[in-house]
Structures are given as C-alpha cells and as structure tokens.
Design a protein. Sequence first.
Length: 273
Amino acid sequence: MRKSTSIGLISGFVLITGAILLGNTWGKFFDPASLLMVVGGTAAAVVVNYSFDDLKRVIEMTQDLFAFEPPSLQRRLDQITNMARTARREGVLALDRHIDDVDDELLEFGLEMAVDGMGEDEIAGMLDQRIAEMKGKRQLVADFFTQAGTYAPAFGMIGTLIGLIQMLNNLDDPSKIGSGMATALVTTFYGALLANLAFLPLGDRARKQNELRGKAHYITREGILAIARGDSPRMVEQRLGFLAEDEVEGEAEDVGAESTEDATDAQPAAAAA
C-alpha cells in the first residue's frame, strides 16, 4: 500500500504524457496559462473552504497517504487478548507495568483509564470522544482532496470559457480559430486530469486508510471495555476475531504462495542432485 499510490500516480502521468508526445501537436498540450488557471483556481477555492490551520494539518498528514502502514488487526487482537489474560489472572492493576510497552495511543489511553478504576460507561464515553477526534482529523484529508477534485474540473471549464470568449473576439483571421479552440480546451483537459488521476483517487485512498484505522480503533475500544468488565480472554478473542479474519487469510495466501515458490525452486535443485 505504501508503494501503490506513488506507482499509480507516476504511471498515470507517464502514460498520458507518452500518449500526448506520440501525437503531432503535443506542444498544444503544454500551456502555462491554462495550468495556472486550474491549479491557482483550485488552490484559491480550497483556501476559501478551509482555514489555514486545517490546510496546515492537511499538508502534515498528506505524507501518510504515501507512507501508510496498515495496522495489524491480528497483532492488535493478540495484544489485547494477552492484556485480558493478565488482568484476569493478576487483576487490572497488573496492567500498569505493561502500559509503557504499548505502541498505540488509543490503547494506552484506554488501559490507563482501566487501571485507574474508571467505570465502563465512563471509559466508553472517553474512548468514543478520542476516536471521534482522531477520525475528524484524518477525515479532513479525504474531504480536502475530494473537494479539490470537484473544483479542478470546474476551473478547467472556466478557463475554457475564457479562452472561447477571447477567441470569439478575434475572428478577423478564421485560420486561427482551430488553434484557438484547441488552446481553450487544454484548460478543461488539465482540470479533468488532475481531478481524476490525482485529487479524487487520493481522497478515496485516504478514506480507505481511515476505514482500516477504524477497525483497529473498534478492536481497541471493545477490548478495553471487555478488560474493564473482566471478560474472559477467550470471549474477547471470539468476539473480535472476525475483524482480523481477512488479514489472516491474506497472510495465509502469501505464505502459501511463498511455499509454492520454494517448492518450485527446490525441484530443479533436487533434479540436479
């Protein structure tokens, strides 16, 4: 997932650029004024729609789209199950010495409340509030790119209309109408390209990443509440294990593929022996 976003963007732009260069009029596709209209207009629109603080957060979190590591749901489930075993065997207070080993902010926050002896309802309310805050910050990135993908084609059309108006005001030389029309349409091309190859796919990617984080948050929330209630570790694992099933199946398929490759590699070696 970390590489697919960059590969998709680069491949898309390379393929489209290659298709343009194969034509005889590739120079018409590179118009700085049209690009300025689309990029500048889209940037101005998002500045109107978002505060500077929001834009700063978007810039800081956009790097996660390219460096995102999916949370291991099975690892999170195993970690919570082990915590439940410790709490069931030694008491909830015994978890205090394990909190420093936790590498997840939400899990650490929930365990601290459980160790402090807070009630289940109070813990649930605090976790829901923290999850909502984290979701809101992450959702900002998805909404930003979706909005940008909406604005870019609109400003492409605005640029085309400006070009057509300028062209129609200069009809003294009919031979220039074709080239003028082509130049006017380039702005629409830029808007559609940026929206459908960059902005909208990035918005969808951000939403999918948020869904994966949401599953991890759900496992963490329900696991902490189960520990606070004193549920058995087996019950916790059975109740939340279905969320990690897809991940486990995917890992099993990868292991099976690697085993097949190893067996295939071993056959020529055995034949040579």
